[in-house]
Design a protein around this ligand. Structure first.
Ligand SMILES: *[C@@H]1O[C@H](CO)[C@@H](O)[C@H](O)[C@H]1NC(C)=O
Ligand SMILES: *[C@@H]1O[C@H](CO)[C@@H](O)[C@H](O)[C@H]1NC(C)=O
Ligand SMILES: *[C@@H]1O[C@H](CO)[C@@H](O)[C@H](O)[C@H]1NC(C)=O
Length: 164
């Protein structure tokens, strides 16, 4: 009974995969690369940032639906040998008290070595060494601001990614 049930389940799953495996591709018409996009509008421009993993990049466009002519700015290149030197993910731009900030998550060394035991999550946590960090902009303008490391967000020294 249990075996029959399992086989039925397997066939059902294979059928599902076969039906879903369509070789057609879809190209995102707004922006064709980059995970974890974050967009905010400020004084006539849209600002986008997303995961490049190696640095924090900001794009500026006057049109939300067309980033092909966007200007590109390197907001932050992490120094080597810090706890936030690799796997910079999911940056976000925030305007707080007339000052721009970027929060992001990163880790010291590509999450290597992997943890011997999993943390308090019921799935495998490869990002276990990730913590949240804050960059502070130098002005109330997100584009001309120079962004410097402000500090680590206190997440009780726990795995933390993708702030918002
Ligand atoms: C999905 O389809 C492609 C193209 O027909 C094929 O190359 C690939 O092996 C298929 N993948 C699976 C998991 O069946
Ligand atoms: C930022 O990192 C991405 C991904 O590695 C890379 O393509 C891009 O050239 C980098 N930007 C700069 C200004 O180095
Ligand atoms: C880097 O992370 C390690 C491990 O969590 C921690 O012990 C150390 O204090 C951190 N270094 C800094 C400068 O925060």
């Amino acid at each position: 009974m249990a075996v029959l049930g399992w086989c039925a389940l397997l066939s059902f799953l294979s059928l599902g995969v076969a039906q879903l495996n369509n070789s057609a591709t879809f190209t995102n018409p707004v922006f064709n690369t980059g995970a974890d996009p974050w967009v905010i509008r400020y004084e006539g421009y849209y600002y986008m940032t997303y995961t490049t993993a190696d640095n924090i990049t900001i794009l500026r466009s006057s049109v939300l639906t067309d980033w092909s002519n966007a200007m590109v700015k390197l907001a932050f290149q992490p120094p080597e040998g810090r706890n936030y030197s690799t796997d910079l993910w999911a940056p976000e731009l925030h305007l707080i008290n007339d000052n721009w900030y970027i929060i992001f998550t990163a880790d010291p060394n590509f999450d290597q070595p992997p943890p011997e035991t999993e943390m308090f999550c019921d799935y495998n946590c490869p990002a276990v060494n990730h913590r949240m960090y804050v960059l502070q902009g130098s002005t109330s303008d997100p584009w001309t601001s120079k962004y410097t490391m402000k500090g680590e967000l206190d997440t009780y020294d726990q795995f933390a990614i993708d702030g918002t």
